[in-house]
Design a protein around this ligand. Structure first.
Ligand SMILES: Cc1cc2nc3c(=O)[nH]c(=O)nc-3n(C[C@H](O)[C@H](O)[C@H](O)COP(=O)(O)OP(=O)(O)OC[C@H]3O[C@@H](n4cnc5c(N)ncnc54)[C@H](O)[C@@H]3O)c2cc1C
Length: 410
């Protein structure tokens, strides 16, 4: 039985149009190497993968299928929320997706729509949606990750510019992107959450240096970004001066929801193939572990659908979207562990070859904690859920009302 609500005539018509568009323009999943890994292990390959995603976003935009629910005046489709759901359902048989560009659109788009001036919306939303301008997130710092509000990158006003000094870190794909959304400290005398400003910065501005960080897997997904006397026009600000924490929360909530929603082919398909190849399909313990992973993937998908249908009906999500991120993070760990056990030590410790299956296994193993950390760690998400959803007492914090400049920092 299908979990899908029955389409109204209008929805059926839209579904049929989606099918025609995808059949003409998207890559069928069957034509894509099932063991493909996003830009791993080679950085040149990562750039190709990044641009491939950008090209798909451009195709969506060129044919009127990007930002279906966004206001038409800013490049969107001005359509009802269910159109997003139907396009996603119909896209499931295809491998085309916008990759990293999709993550930044999901984070920055709703933030600009909710908090930016009409001038900024008109200037930045259409090119964000078409992928013409790619963005990176410049939030984390060496001394500010989970406790993001303690960040120390300083911005001082000079006429109609902010002059920025500081360092960011773990900035995904910053080496490939055109603009960044950046958090800076503008009032050191205010408590940490109340002295932050949210700026938009051209990554080619003088004074910006992007240094890729080479990871254990050989690729450079992340970067350090150094800002030395970078001049940013004051009109490139989202929200109020010193009020950047409000748009930041919108970014973080949308980031957690995006990560939890997942996408692409379920990893359990590949695990089943691995079990068949390595003789694990008849092993009851392997079958049990596979069943657990498949059940969690199914739950994640059903939770995603519940959130989407609530949004479709103009209601609040039925539960905190952080729950889906927590579930997805736990599933990713189980997936990496089972992949390693099925493929055996040679897949992990053996020489790196062109073998696609081995590359997939190594990526699953090495990346299995990535989403437990990115977009807010599992521990911090649990704290948030405890406070926001369960109404438990807030974590003790003696620095909430103290001036940022007086608080001890790492
Ligand atoms: C895949 C990935 C992509 C990323 N992309 C970006 C990006 O594009 N831009 C960007 O700015 N940043 C990015 N990050 C950085 C990410 O936001 C931070 O790594 C994350 O917020 C955690 O911060 P931290 O690494 O400084 O760890 P810390 O905050 O130092 O945490 C260390 C450990 O302490 C635990 N901990 C900390 N505080 C608490 C608490 N209050 N209660 C319980 N446990 C706690 C954490 O859970 C963690 O286990 C990315 C990270 C990853 C993994």
């Amino acid at each position: 039985m299908s979990d899908r609500p029955e389409d109204t005539p209008e929805q059926a018509e839209f579904r049929s149009a989606s099918r025609s568009f995808l059949a003409e323009h998207a890559e069928p999943r069957t034509q894509i190497d099932p063991w493909q890994v996003s830009g791993f292990p080679d950085d040149a390959e990562a750039k190709v993968y990044f641009e491939h995603g950008r090209a798909w976003q451009r195709t969506l935009a060129d044919h009127g299928w990007a930002g279906l629910t966004w206001p038409a005046e800013f490049g969107g489709g001005g359509r009802p929320p269910w159109t997003d759901r139907i396009l996603r359902e119909e896209s499931a048989d295809y491998g085309s997706h916008p990759g990293f560009i999709g993550a930044t659109i999901a984070m920055l788009g709703p933030t600009l729509l909710a908090h930016a001036s009409d001038e900024l919306k008109a200037r930045f939303l259409p090119s964000l949606l078409s992928g013409e301008v790619a963005w990176c997130q410049l939030f984390s710092e060496p001394g500010a990750g989970s406790d993001l509000a303690s960040l120390s990158t300083r911005a001082v006003r000079d006429g109609d510019h902010w002059v920025v000094h500081g360092q960011k870190v773990w900035n995904s794909c910053a080496q490939f992107t055109d603009w960044g959304f950046l958090l800076v400290r503008t009032d050191p005398d205010a408590p940490k959450h109340r002295g932050i400003t949210f700026l938009l910065v051209d990554m080619t501005s003088p004074g910006i240096e992007v240094r890729p960080l080479v990871q254990a897997n050989g690729s450079s997904h992340f970067n350090e970004v150094f800002l030395s006397s970078v001049r940013i026009p004051t009109d490139q600000m989202v929200g109020e001066v010193h009020g950047g924490w409000t748009p930041t929360r919108t970014v973080l909530a949308n980031e957690a929801a995006f990560i939890g929603r997942g996408g692409g082919a379920p990893a359990s398909d590949r695990l089943r193939d691995l079990a068949a190849r390595h003789g694990g399909l008849d092993d009851p313990t392997v079958r049990q572990r596979l069943a657990l992973i498949i059940s969690r993937e199914r739950l994640q998908s059903l939770m995603g659908q519940r959130i989407q249908s609530a949004v479709r009906d103009g209601q609040r999500p039925p539960f905190d979207p952080a729950l889906t991120k927590l579930l997805a993070a736990g599933t990713k760990v189980l997936t990496g562990d089972l992949a390693a056990d099925l493929a055996g030590p040679s897949a992990i410790a053996g020489p790196v070859t062109d073998d696609r299956e081995g590359t997939w296994v190594r990526a699953e193993v090495l990346n299995r904690f990535a989403i437990s950390i990115g977009g807010g760690t599992t521990e911090v998400q649990k704290n948030n859920l405890a406070e926001r959803s369960l109404g438990l007492p807030r974590e003790p914090a003696n620095d909430r009302e103290a001036a940022w400049k007086d608080v001890l920092r790492s």
